[in-house]
Design a protein around this ligand. Structure first.
Ligand SMILES: CC(C)(COP(=O)(O)OP(=O)(O)OC[C@H]1O[C@@H](n2cnc3c(N)ncnc32)[C@H](O)[C@@H]1OP(=O)(O)O)[C@@H](O)C(=O)NCCC(=O)NCCS
Length: 179
């Protein structure tokens, strides 16, 4: 199956809120710690994505998606820091690959697309946090991100257990961005 990656602009993201919601619900149902608890409804998930739309429209966020046979298969959001003293910084979030399509390199491809976009926007320092010991942590290490440290009991897992988070950063430069 051919899987293509591309930015999803705000109008299209709005039109495809149910598909975006389905990706988020799938991740939570499979135990991912992505800010939500078990039982996340499609309406709640769509509400999260709706909240991203203004940023997508004004350029402070960029959403990249993977599509398999025209259906959304993965997402990643790049959020540019808005603080006047952080014009070089951005964050990565909602790095999600549908559970049926994992371990095929999609996460890595999406992350690279977001990193390239960050660099193109002049953002050379990226930050994120992820549940310690998660697949996300393995992905980020594989993609050359550096561990900053661990925060004990940072968040609840979907089933309500406190879990540590690991904070990662990555410096970007045009010569050696991807390991
Ligand atoms: C994290 C996630 C996006 C990875 O997506 P993916 O498409 O499966 O990742 P890739 O296939 O690109 O993996 C790239 C590399 O990361 C590492 N990796 C990713 N998932 C892994 C896993 N479950 N176990 C071990 N290594 C893993 C491996 O090194 C892998 O390379 P390899 O397959 O050649 O060994 C996906 O597991 C996911 O959506 N999880 C739920 C949501 C989530 O936790 N997101 C992170 C929140 S910050």
């Amino acid at each position: 199956m051919t899987i293509t990656l591309r930015p999803l602009p705000a109008p299209e993201a709005e039109a495809r809120l149910p598909e975006l919601a389905a990706i988020l619900v799938d991740a939570v149902e499979h135990g991912a710690s992505v800010n939500f608890l078990a039982g996340l409804s499609m309406e709640q998930a769509a509400g999260f994505w709706r909240g991203q739309l203004p940023g997508l429209a004004d350029g402070s966020r960029q959403l990249f998606v993977a599509e398999a046979a025209g259906r959304l298969a993965g997402t990643v959001v790049l959020t540019l820091a808005h603080q006047p003293n952080a014009p070089h910084r951005a964050e990565i979030g909602k790095m999600l690959v549908h559970s049926a399509l994992r371990r095929q390199g999609l996460g890595q491809r999406l992350l690279r697309m977001a990193e390239d976009a960050a660099l193109a926007a002049g953002r050379t320092l990226l930050l994120l946090d992820t549940e310690t010991g998660s697949a996300g942590e393995l992905l980020y290490r594989r993609c050359g991100w550096a561990e900053v440290g661990r925060v004990p009991d940072h968040s609840l897992t979907p089933d309500g257990r406190l879990a540590d988070s690991t904070i990662f950063c990555k410096r970007l430069n045009s010569l050696a961005q991807h390991p």
